[in-house]
Design a protein around this ligand. Structure first.
Ligand SMILES: NC(=O)c1ccc[n+]([C@@H]2O[C@H](COP(=O)([O-])OP(=O)(O)OC[C@H]3O[C@@H](n4cnc5c(N)ncnc54)[C@H](O)[C@@H]3O)[C@@H](O)[C@H]2O)c1
Ligand SMILES: O=C(O)C[C@H](O)C(=O)O
Ligand SMILES: [Mg+2]
Length: 548
């Protein structure tokens, strides 16, 4: 019975007759034996019959709780259809109902109550999260986010589900169904001490662990990353993963427009962890392409709710100080515009060729006027509304194509359907989401045992994402590979990152002798990638077994 109740071992009706005998399951299951393919078909039929995405997500959670192999198998086989249900855009709405729908615990909660005596979970940890404001502060109910990210680690990155752990740090929410700690949230030194304690405990228990920080509020995310990135094998997905994926998107967009990355200039809406991470990573890309850092930074105007971070002649003040980052000057201050200039005027004055949307505001931040203005001075304006979920997208792809007479190159954070214009032309917007990066980076860091995740490795990940596009995808004017090929993309990302790590010598376990060429590296990484399938089971009381 323990086997039937353990989702890592359970196969439902797929236990063979001899296994049922060996494991004393005969009679405890209906007599029919099903193949995993027949099981997949039934699950997909039930899912497709349900119209509500949140209920579909709950159906999938139910499957996840009873049969992990089948759950991950259908995610691998139907990634394009299912990723939007277990991940963006549905997952945030599921988190909003997390307490009300709570049934079975998954993951690890580490709160102020645990200081000094951290819990001792039995599995390696991989992802952690604290509250950010996109969907309102979710507190401990944000646990749904790392659960969704880790499902993609398995489906896209080929990291086995028993090797990952979703973690939530700290919590507070006023909700009758709240599952977290209901006392004041830690701030200042107490907060940083708690995260230090968590990192020390996790790396002491599992020295090979990779920690992915997710959705931490900007004022904490930036100093935590600066503090840990050279000390631990970790990365911040919203800063670095989003940075890499967007760099990939703008390299591909420049190529589509027949230009070089260094020809582009950017208006970024949002100076949070995502906005700042994206701009920093694109600057690194421009520097790689031969530009000076100062010149590259002059190609960016970043806006907050108070308008442009511009010449210090307005009331904006130093936004870094406002966020508690304690730097002397706002590094993104662009003297080409007045401080506080509204976004529409930044477009007419600064003439960016690319709009980056990472402001997490209700839809509509990129207006018809802004896009039409860009289309007046730019053949192929690049429009990237990347805020999630769908309702936060700064504009829709339909709008961007209509306002630019089909000349815009569009990539969005949440998935959108292809767009047909009244003249019959059809456009496929790409999805610019860090899901193309984090599974491959996590896989590379884990299998190569790198000591840290360096800037060079992140740049290699971005280039891999562009390299992974097929000639057909390029010809279709897309900026990203099709989501249905995300496993191949993660494989390329992982190979490029490992290659870079080996070249940089950052303590990788792998040697040139072991992996003499690219073909050897590719086959090594492919062999390391978990593919969900049932393994034959025996009775552990009769034979000693190890976990898969
Ligand atoms: N596509 C992806 O892969 C990806 C990755 C990470 C984050 N995101 C999305 O990016 C968004 C931002 O994430 P974050 O963590 O940086 O959030 P955040 O809350 O830390 O930052 C939001 C920023 O937007 C600014 N802002 C608010 N109103 C504005 C306005 N009217 N005009 C211009 N700027 C305004 C704020 O001042 C702040 O700087 C979220 O919606 C998130 O879902 C997307
Ligand atoms: O979760 C996503 O879809 C991407 C990103 O990490 C976000 O915070 O929005
Ligand atoms: Mg995130």
């Amino acid at each position: 019975m323990d086997i039937l109740n353990d989702p890592l071992w359970n196969k439902g009706m797929a236990f063979s007759v001899s296994e049922r005998d060996r494991l004393h399951l005969r009679g405890l299951l209906p007599p029919r034996v099903k193949s995993i393919e027949a099981q997949q078909e039934r699950i997909m039929r039930l899912l497709r019959a349900e119209p509500d995405p949140i209920k579909k997500n709950l159906q999938l959670q139910d499957l996840h709780s009873r049969n992990e192999t089948l759950y991950h198998r259908i995610l691998v086989e139907h990634t394009e259809e299912l990723a939007p249900l277990i991940y963006t855009p549905t997952v945030g709405h599921v988190c909003q109902q997390f307490g009300a729908q709570f049934s079975r615990s998954r993951g690890m909660y580490f709160s102020s109550d645990d200081r000094g005596e951290p819990p001792a979970p039995a599995m390696p940890a991989t992802v952690s999260r604290a509250g950010r404001e996109t969907l309102g502060d979710l507190g401990a109910h944000g646990m749904g986010i790392p659960i969704g990210k880790l499902a993609l680690y398995a489906a896209a990155g080929g990291i086995a589900p028993h090797r990952v752990m979703p973690v939530v740090l700290d919590a507070l929410l006023d909700d009758p169904d709240y599952v977290g700690v209901r006392e004041r949230r830690l701030e200042g030194a107490e907060y940083y001490d708690m995260v230090d304690e968590f990192m020390e405990a996790v790396f002491e228990r599992w020295p090979q662990v990779v920690v992915q920080f997710e959705d931490f509020e900007t004022s904490k995310a930036i100093p935590l990353l600066a503090k840990y990135r050279h000390r631990y094998r970790c990365f911040n997905d919203d800063i670095q993963g989003t940075g890499c994926v967007t760099l990939a998107g703008v390299i591909a967009a420049a190529r589509n427009a027949g230009k070089a990355l260094t020809d582009m200039s950017f208006l970024c809406a949002g100076a949070g962890s995502a906005g700042l991470g994206v701009c920093a990573q694109i600057v690194d890309g421009m520097v790689e392409a031969g530009m000076s850092r100062e010149e590259a930074m002059r190609r960016f105007v970043i806006c907050t709710s108070q308008g442009a971070i511009g010449r210090a002649d307005g009331a904006h003040g130093d936004p870094n100080h406002a966020r508690g980052l304690n730097v002397e000057r706002a590094p993104w201050q662009n003297d080409a515009v007045s401080d506080g200039t509204p976004m529409s005027e930044v477009v007419s004055e600064f003439k960016p060729t690319c709009l980056l949307g990472l402001a997490a505001q209700p839809a509509g931040l990129f207006t018809e006027g802004m896009v039409r203005e860009m289309a007046s001075y730019c053949d192929s304006p690049v429009v990237m509304p990347m805020s999630n979920p769908t309702a936060k997208s700064e504009c829709t792809p339909q709008q961007a194509y209509e306002w630019s007479d089909g000349r815009a190159i569009v990539a969005t954070g949440s998935p959108f359907a292809p767009v047909s214009l009244p003249d019959g032309r059809t456009f496929i917007p790409s999805q610019c989401n860090n899901m193309y990066i984090f599974p491959g980076v996590g896989l590379a860091a884990s299998v190569a045992g790198v000591q840290q995740i360096t800037d060079g490795m992140l740049y290699a990940a971005a280039v891999a994402c562009v390299d992974a596009m097929t000639p057909e995808e390029v010809a279709d004017g897309r900026t990203f590979p099709d989501i249905s090929r995300i496993r191949q993309v993660s494989h390329t990302v992982a190979c490029n990152v490992i290659e870079k790590a080996m070249a940089e010598g950052v303590g990788t376990k792998l040697t040139k002798k072991q992996l003499p060429d690219r073909a050897a590296l590719e086959s090594f990484v492919r062999r390391k990638m978990y593919y969900p399938g049932y393994v034959p089971l025996v009775d552990p009381s009769q034979v000693s077994v190890t976990r898969r």
